[in-house]
Design a binder for this molecule. Structure first.
Ligand SMILES: *Cc1c(COP(=O)(O)O)cnc(C)c1O
Length: 428
């Protein structure tokens, strides 16, 4: 592969944009080399500025569940654009997407749209603190909830990849209100609650973790969290920015049959435009401005283009009865193929998978939390990443990221991917 133009563009970008990127995970810091500049994408493929084609397993870090440039989304945005791009007034389409989202997701009465997953989680936690009238929150090591101050404590993928789990600029005052538990370890949660009686407003969790690779909850873990929250008057927040509308139409609440008090969305809900959302039952949502005391706002929140993209996306997901099964079958096929190729070449690995999320960890231990995810061999991952890239397969440039399977992938694409793993496995 030739990356001449990407290299030149990166050099130029670095002079005017910090690190040449507008989000750190796009840089290749964890794997070395020069980030590839995307030019266009269609279906399962992304094309770079040098004309190389890749089978894409990043898919904009999640949103492209149905493939790039999905025609109904593209059409909806084009049509909407002609009517004006922002009004600062309420629009009918905001109610339309809200009604659809609420009909798909269990246990929510109202939803508010924002511009990113970060904003959704940041607002959800403010709402939870205001509603519960308590200050502290519990989060899990390795879970990522966006880059607002309260969450930049042991924050998974991006933050971990760059070795700055506690970012400068986050004050001690803020950090002290975020307590850290261990994923899949209910005792770690109980210990924090006992040592901070009546101080914890909320527990926020990725109900299937995706920001330390893919880590599903062990049996009973979410149910136990629900019980503990009920017993201690703590709100349970599911950050479904990655999993929402992906692992099931109704997200992990529906998949695992466990209710959260507040749910956060992003990624898929925007169909590739900047959208986030948070939702809850009436009692909690009515605590928000303008009817409640907790303030939250946004000039571009509920933007008509973003809502048009999101609505087209949710409609497609909602009406396609076979979608989730198809995605799971494709992911399983990939899992089996990759495992076989790595086994044949005696490459130590553990693959985690649920629905359309999968990650390959180069460790022989089961990966159930951040510490076990961190045991993966990063040198092997780097070789794997560059080997796959050279074969025309684009996976996230960090061992702490999930691969996102899109419905646009054909079995031929999956076979191509598996063949690529076979070819590079003996170099790992
Ligand atoms: C991506 C992500 C976020 C942040 O969303 P942005 O749109 O990048 O701000 C929050 N939580 C989870 C679980 C995510 O995967």
């Amino acid at each position: 592969m030739i990356y001449q133009r990407s290299s030149a563009l990166f050099k130029e970008a670095k002079t005017v944009i910090p690190g040449g990127v507008n989000s750190p995970v796009r840089a290749f810091n964890a794997v070395g080399g020069t980030p590839i500049f995307a030019k266009s994408a269609k279906g399962a493929y992304v094309f770079d500025e040098d004309g190389n084609r890749y089978i894409d397993y990043i898919n904009s870090w999640g949103p492209m569940l149905l493939g790039h440039a999905f025609p109904p989304v593209v059409e909806a945005v084009i049509e909407k654009t002609k009517e004006g791009t922002s009004f600062g007034m309420p629009t009918a389409i905001e109610t339309e997407i809200a009604e659809l989202a609420i009909s798909m997701v269990p246990n929510i009465d109202k939803i508010r749209f924002v511009n990113s997953g970060t904003e959704a989680c940041m607002s959800a936690i403010r709402l939870a603190r205001g509603f519960a009238k308590k200050d502290k929150i519990i989060k899990f090591s390795g879970c990522y909830h966006g880059h607002s101050d309260s969450f930049l404590i042991a924050a998974g993928s991006g933050a971990v990849t760059f070795g700055t789990p506690n970012s400068p600029g986050v004050t001690q005052g803020t950090a002290k209100d975020t307590l850290l538990a261990t994923y899949n370890d209910i005792n770690s949660v109980n210990a924090l609650i006992s040592s901070n009686p009546n101080e914890i407003a909320a527990i926020i969790i990725e109900p299937v973790a995706g920001n330390m690779g893919c880590i599903p909850p062990i049996d009973g873990f979410l149910e136990n969290l629900r019980q503990i929250c009920d017993a201690n008057d703590i709100l349970l927040i599911f950050d479904e920015v990655m999993t929402g509308f992906r692992l099931a139409k109704g997200g992990v609440q529906a998949l695992k049959n466990v209710n959260a008090d507040i749910v956060c969305f992003g990624k898929v809900v925007g169909g590739g435009l900047p959208v986030g959302a948070f939702a809850a039952r009436n009692e909690i949502m009515d605590y928000l401005a303008p009817i409640g005391p907790v303030y939250q706002a946004g000039t571009l929140s509920g933007n008509p283009l973003a809502m048009a993209a999101g609505l087209a996306m949710l409609k497609a997901i909602n009406t396609d009865k076979g979608l989730m099964n198809r995605l799971e079958e494709k992911t399983k096929y990939l899992h089996n193929g990759i495992a076989e190729a790595l086994n044949k070449n005696n490459v130590t690995h553990t693959i985690n998978r649920i629905g359309s999320m999968i990650s390959v960890h180069f460790t022989d231990q089961t990966v159930v939390d951040f510490d076990s995810a961190a045991k993966g061999n990063n040198e092997t991952f780097k070789k794997f990443f560059h080997g796959m890239l050279n074969e025309g397969v684009y996976i996230a440039p960090s061992a702490f990221e999930t691969w996102f399977i899109t419905d646009a992938l054909t079995y031929e694409d999956l076979n191509t991917t598996i063949a690529a793993v076979e070819r590079i496995a003996n170099t790992l």
